[in-house]
Design a protein. Structure first.
Length: 392
């Protein structure tokens, strides 16, 4: 609740200056707050205490259920949604509460049944031509309105580029907390709280975060860190079509042009990754790319290798890069720093090549070769080529 004590206001304008969102209009001689995020900056700035913001008290017990944002891109559900449904189903089971989904877009209703098959008890669908373009403003307004209506206790969003931009806007509108980039989620069964774990302090510690006073408890979740839900075509659930009011569809942003990243360089979906680190050097990276081409693998890299310009940022694996989970991950000249490992440790098989037998990468590797990575790559390329020649 916001109260403006007009009799106290001297129209000094300090509140408008302090507002980081430009939401204060002083045209009438006293502040009018539009689309206020309730950050409280104006309250602190006002020397006459003419603005009072009383944060809405959430009644925790009235919140039930786990809501998953079913993000779509170009009319297709993005991969992380299936993982959120897998985790969402597990959390909802532990809470003994329903699992909901919310899907927005144009002509996307066909996916709603699929969401039910993947575990949703109720799938809310908002369809409109204006929702085809994924714009944070209408999406956040519509989802906020839905959350205020159905009151879930947990809300999960994929840590995609769009999800990372959308989730904080919704959290701010709802006045609740948000834990970004979670790698592990669970329920504290005694307190019925969402336990959210994510790397902190440069990945050197894993922080466990709870949100005891705000609802819903919001988390963004990285791609490829949680198990996908299993599809059951016989699963029963409800598909609920909704119409978003026109005022929620409005956006101050228009997308004029979109430039797509080269998907060929995207390591996230690769089944085999050959990754290189600082120990490989520029020439080693040339060999690495040749080897990757020979075996049909994608090239990944550690952060120093990207900083040296031997690989693109899109190829960086780790805390500040991509999280990958290929069938085989080959690491050449990578030490195995915690920030790198956090992005690839869920790979099915890890093979490490390092000249230092004490390199930490060997602690998580299934197979390790102690030796010079450049020499080993040269030999591997030779072997692959000669095997191919024999086959021909
Ligand atoms: C906030 C933060 C985020 C970060 N995010 C990331 C991230 O996303 N991804 C990432 O990778 N790092 C990240 N880092 C950096 C990380 O801490 C490490 O510095 C980095 O992973 C080390 O990269 P590296 O293993 O290639 O290099 P180094 O640590 O220098 O290791 C090189 C390795 O190569 C071996 N070697 C040298 N020569 C040879 C040879 N001829 N043959 C075989 N082995 C050889 C050495 O024994 C050594 O083990 C981050 C750091 C911070 C603080």
């Amino acid at each position: 609740m916001i109260e403006i004590k007009k009799e106290e206001c001297v129209s000094c304008g300090l509140c408008a200056k302090a507002c980081p969102f430009g939401s204060i209009d002083l045209a009438k001689g006293y502040p009018e707050l539009r689309e206020c995020r309730q950050c409280g900056a104006c309250v602190e700035a006002c020397p006459r205490k003419a603005i009072v913001i009383e944060l809405k008290k959430t009644t925790l017990t009235e919140h039930r259920g786990v809501l998953v944002f079913a993000e779509q891109r170009d009319g297709k559900l993005v991969e992380v949604v299936y993982e959120l449904l897998g985790k969402g189903r597990e959390l909802a089971g532990k809470l003994d509460e329903p699992l909901y989904c919310v899907l927005l877009g144009r002509d996307v209703e066909r996916h709603a049944k699929e969401l039910v098959g993947y575990g949703a008890d109720k799938a809310f669908v908002f369809e409109h031509p204006l929702l085809e373009e994924r714009l944070e403003e209408p999406y956040s307004k519509i989802i906020t309105a839905l959350i205020n209506e159905i009151k879930p206790s947990v809300f999960l969003v994929g840590a995609t580029d769009f999800g990372r931009s959308l989730a904080p806007r919704i959290a701010a509108r709802l006045g609740t907390g948000l834990t970004a980039d979670c790698t592990f989620l669970d329920i504290d069964s005694e307190k019925k709280l969402l336990v959210q774990t994510r790397p902190a302090f440069g990945g050197n510690i894993m922080a466990t975060i709870i949100c005891p006073n705000g609802r819903p408890q919001m988390a963004t979740v990285r791609y490829k860190v949680m198990k996908k839900a299993v599809y059951d075509p016989a699963r029963k659930g409800e598909v609920i079509k909704r119409v978003a009011p026109n005022e929620l569809l409005e956006s101050r942003v228009r997308i004029l042009k979109e430039t797509r990243r080269d998907q060929k360089e995207d390591v996230v979906s690769a089944e085999v990754i050959v990754a290189g680190g600082k120990g490989l050097g520029k020439e080693g990276f040339r060999l690495l790319k040749e080897f990757a081409k020979e075996i049909g693998a994608m090239v990944g890299a550690s952060r120093p290798a990207v900083e040296e310009g031997w690989a693109q940022y899109e190829q960086q694996v780790g805390l500040s890069g991509k999280t990958v989970s290929p069938k085989i991950y080959l690491a050449f000249g990578i030490s195995g720093a915690v920030q790198h490992v956090s992005g690839m440790e869920s790979s099915e098989v890890i093979i490490a090549v390092n000249k230092d037998p004490k390199a930490p990468i060997f602690d998580i590797a299934d197979f390790g070769i102690v030796g010079d990575a450049n020499e080993i790559l040269t030999e591997l390329i030779k072997q692959v080529k000669s095997t191919r020649r024999e086959c021909i």
